[in-house]
Each structure stands twice: as structure tokens, then as C-alpha cells.
Design a binder for this molecule. Structure first.
Ligand SMILES: [Zn+2]
Length: 138
């Protein structure tokens, strides 16, 4: 299953982050999922419930943040948040737009239990894995 492989690589990232920070317990994991990521949040949750067993995230809480779909118009330059999948500029109605947000599936934050209980912002440290391309760090 698609979500299973995503969650598997997510857990690998989380485990690595915990290790690097000298922790073996993760309390919170926060994900961002865009409407065009092709990822079904409920399937991510059920995959997570199964795959986290035996990892440092076994008792952690998973939060999935659904982010809006945002496009940039190539004609008038406006940025619009789309409520539905009518992909066009909401200002001038042009269909010539480039999606600038909506395809993401990425790890947002990981909170470790010990020794540092502070929330770690993973914006720079984590490679985002989209559904189309998956990168594996060496
Ligand atoms: Zn426009």
C-alpha cells in the first residue's frame, strides 16, 4: 500500500532524528498533507498505528495537518487558496496557474521525550517526501 511505504520512510526519519538527539522515545509527530499529495490521512493513521510498533514512536501521538491548496496565477500573479479542484485563478479566472502548495506530504515536527522535551522544528533537517518522488538519504 502507498501509505504504508510513506509511513515506513517517515518512521525511519523519525527514528534517525531521535537517535541524533540521543532520545529513544518520541512523544509527538506532526505531518503536513496537501490535497494533491494523493495521501489519504485515515490510511496514514492506520498504517502508522501498525508500523510504529517496536520503534521509538510506539507511544507517540500522530497529528496530521491538512494544508490548503494554493496556486499562483501565471497571468495576473495572484495567489489563491482553492476550496475545490477547480484549478484556476480566483481573481482573473485564468486556467494558466502553477500549483505552489498542495502536493506536499512531509514531516513537520517531532517531539522527543528525553532528554530534550522541546519541540524540534524539522523544517531544515528533514527531506520532504512527495508522493511522486521519494529521496533516500545516504
Ligand atoms: Zn490571475
Amino acid at each position: 500500500m502507498h501509505e504504508h511505504s510513506l509511513v515506513r520512510s517517515l518512521l525511519a526519519q523519525v527514528q534517525q532524528i531521535a537517535l541524533l538527539n540521543g532520545s529513544n522515545e518520541v512523544t509527538d509527530i506532526e505531518l503536513e498533507v496537501g490535497p494533491l499529495s494523493g495521501v489519504e490521512p485515515s490510511l496514514v493513521e492506520s498504517a502508522f498505528a501498525t508500523l510504529r510498533m517496536g520503534t521509538c514512536a510506539e507511544t507517540s501521538k500522530l497529528s496530521i495537518r491538512l494544508v490548503p491548496l494554493i496556486v499562483a496565477c501565471q497571468d495576473c500573479g495572484s495567489e489563491s487558496v482553492l476550496e475545490c479542484f477547480r484549478i484556476r485563478c480566483s481573481k482573473c479566472q485564468s486556467g494558466s496557474v502553477k500549483v505552489i502548495q498542495g502536493e506536499i506530504f512531509r514531516l513537520l515536527t517531532v517531539t522527543l521525550a528525553e532528554p530534550n522535551p522541546d519541540e524540534t522544528n524539522m523544517a531544515d533537517a528533514v527531506t520532504s517526501a512527495t508522493t511522486e518522488e521519494k529521496r533516500s538519504g545516504s
